[in-house]
Design a protein around this ligand. Sequence first.
Ligand code: NDP
Length: 241
Amino acid sequence: MTKQLIVITGASSGFGAEMAKIFNASGYPLLLLGRRTEKIAALNLPGDVMIKKADVTNQDQLAQAIHAGEAQYGPTDLLINNAGVMLLGNVWQQSPTEWQTMLDTNVMGVLNGMQLVLPQMTARQHGTIINMSSIAGFKAFQNHAAYVASKFGVHGLSETVRQEVAAKQVRIMLVAPGAAETELLTHVTDDHALTEYNAWKQTMGGLTLDPKYVAQTVKFMYEMPQAVNIREVDIAATRQD
Ligand code: NDP
């Protein structure tokens, strides 16, 4: 079967960049999105790859990027809502601006993307959306209140929409990874919370999840036949508690 368009948000680093590489190596046409497009370009991926600047909190910008990708490659068959932010801190000290950034990016960003592709997917009765949640989407972690709230939100909205579009043969999937080495922690402003997080990571003996296994998992989920929906995967380093 001809390979159809895959759109990945947050393709400039971490899981998103690994997913871009693995799908590119298998010849899928890709629309790779992020705010730092120069970092996506630096991946140097050959073939059918379009790179567009898009902030997922800005639905108009996201829509323009997706329209450009679809004009070139046809309808999006897989949207990976991967872009996300994790800013640590306890509720009585963290700035509400940081809560807003997480809720806007991790929840509104996912809803924005879903709303843009679902009309054509339900009309075609074909398509898949994979939302990146986290183990923090079903389990609490200290210093993560707003992040946990955002990722519990991703779990809840994903299952809701899955039920809404299942009869239209559209798949909504969710991936909940454990701790991995990416750029996620580089935005944390609370040094104390960061120190505690790094101390917790040491309980894994430095053996956190390699992002390439998340990318492999996402590809496996997508490549199942359209009639099969791997609804949720929880993947972590073996040593994570
Ligand atoms: P990174 O920080 O490496 O990547 C995050 C990506 O999101 C970047 O490409 C960034 O691109 C993009 N992004 C952030 N804000 C926006 C925005 N407003 N608009 C568009 N893109 C944005 O972290 P990860 O790869 O770890 O994170 C990817 C996903 O995985 C996130 O949803 C995260 O919550 C989740 N996750 C991560 C875990 C981990 O331990 N690393 C564990 C569990 C889940 P740019 O700045 O160029 O816009």
